[in-house]
Design a protein around this ligand. Structure first.
Ligand SMILES: Cc1ncc(COP(=O)(O)O)c(C=O)c1O
Length: 379
């Protein structure tokens, strides 16, 4: 029997506890496990950096939701990214990254992994010819975000997978913005999916976490080895909180999308808004691809404000129900100024974002209240 997304979210990896019947996997706050004689492990657990039952429950659930063979949970999205890159690349290798990648991802490449010997090139991933031209014999990974943070750019996962594979590289997709409910990169040819589970997967702005999901066992084994060898694992309480969030991912995402569509309607007709970035808009250059590879268009929208940087900052400062803060994907709506906040680390780089840009993470509050707040913030 093939199970549906919501069924998997609630049950995959989450069998009732064999000892007590508890319907929710307990928080195994434990570092080590009694062995029945040397090497005699009960249930395969020996030390919680290698594996912990609460983390296993989350990892199995995420693998099921992304349609992969192995899921791995980390202390943060960036810890997951770092582990992945050191597992699949060697010094001297090369990676293609989006020319509007999340600022923290860009910083990881530019300030940490480049020193380790990993070369990278930011490329507009919507332009297949540019991607092909940027491929080198030593290119090991095409790193994709779709939609991108914060400009909601769209890349064609299927097309990029074939370019990567033709060149002997892996296709990695950061699926944080879409979540597995809206987009399934592995089914489109990606080799590894990355998540900041801090965002939609966790969904309640109460835990930092990351995840990797591998399409095949060889990569899965390599990532598992590095997860243990590098040690940036999710703790049991964080894994439990994330798993609690995952159960409602589908219903939350539908409401995020409903509310965002209404917010976008308001923004496109507002005189103080110069440009709206949302892949659900027919005039968005990636609309057709997004419609092909996403179930709906998501809960993130960015827009440019008439009057420049200060006007954009003023909108952020005036918002009340939209909380001024970094991050995204939680039940509560957030507003931010990427140039001075989430993407400040990209200032002066090819990934610098427009100064008059405002980014919204539209939550699941009563939509009329969100529209009222946005109207008053725009002034
Ligand atoms: C698209 C994307 N990928 C990765 C990350 C990094 O995740 P974390 O903050 O959990 O380390 C973020 C964080 O904002 C993000 O937005």
């Amino acid at each position: 029997m093939t199970e549906g997304f919501e069924t998997l979210a609630i049950h995959a990896g989450q069998e009732p506890d064999s000892l007590t019947g508890a319907v929710v996997p307990p928080i195994y706050a434990v570092s080590t496990y009694k062995q029945d004689g040397v090497g005699g492990l009960r249930g395969g657990y020996e030390y919680s950096r290698s594996a912990n039952p609460t983390r296993t429950a989350l990892e199995s659930c995420l693998a099921a939701l992304e349609g992969g063979v192995r899921g791995l949970a980390f202390a943060s999205g960036l810890a997951a990214e770092d582990t992945l890159l050191r597992a699949v690349c060697r010094p001297g290798d090369h990676v293609i990254i989006p020319d509007d990648a999340y600022g923290g991802t860009y910083r990881l490449f530019a300030k940490v992994l480049e020193r380790w010997g990993l070369a990278y090139d930011p490329v507009p991933l919507g332009d297949a010819d540019a991607v092909r031209a940027a491929m080198r014999p030593e290119t090991k990974v095409i790193w994709v975000e779709t939609p991108t943070n914060p400009l909601l750019g769209i890349a064609d996962i299927e097309k990029l997978a074939s370019i990567a594979h033709d060149g002997g590289a892996l296709l990695v997709v950061d699926n944080t913005f879409a979540s597995p409910y809206l987009q399934q990169p592995l089914a489109l040819g990606a080799d590894v999916v990355v998540h900041s589970t801090t965002k939609y997967v966790g969904g309640h702005s109460d835990v930092i976490g990351g995840a990797l999901v591998a399409r095949d066992t060889t990569i899965g084994e390599e990532l598992t080895y590095h997860q243990n060898a590098m040690g940036a694992v999710a703790g049991p309480f964080d894994a439990w909180l994330t798993l609690r969030g995952v159960k409602t991912l589908g219903v939350r995402m539908d409401r995020h999308c409903d509310n965002t569509e209404r917010v976008v309607d308001l923004l496109v007709s507002h005189p103080k808004v110069v440009e709206v970035f949302y892949p659900g808009l027919e005039r968005h250059p990636g609309h057709e691809i997004a419609a092909k590879q996403m179930k709906r268009f998501g809960g993130m929208v960015s827009f440019r404000v008439a009057g420049g940087e200060q006007a954009a900052v003023d909108v952020c400062d005036r918002a009340r129900l939209f909380t001024l803060g970094e991050s995204l994907g939680g039940v509560e709506s957030l507003i931010e100024h990427p140039g001075r906040m989430t993407h400040a680390s990209a200032a002066g780089s090819p990934l610098e974002v427009p100064a008059d840009l405002v980014r919204l993470s539209v939550g699941i509050e009563t939509v009329g209240d969100l529209l009222d707040d946005l109207s008053q913030a725009l002034g």
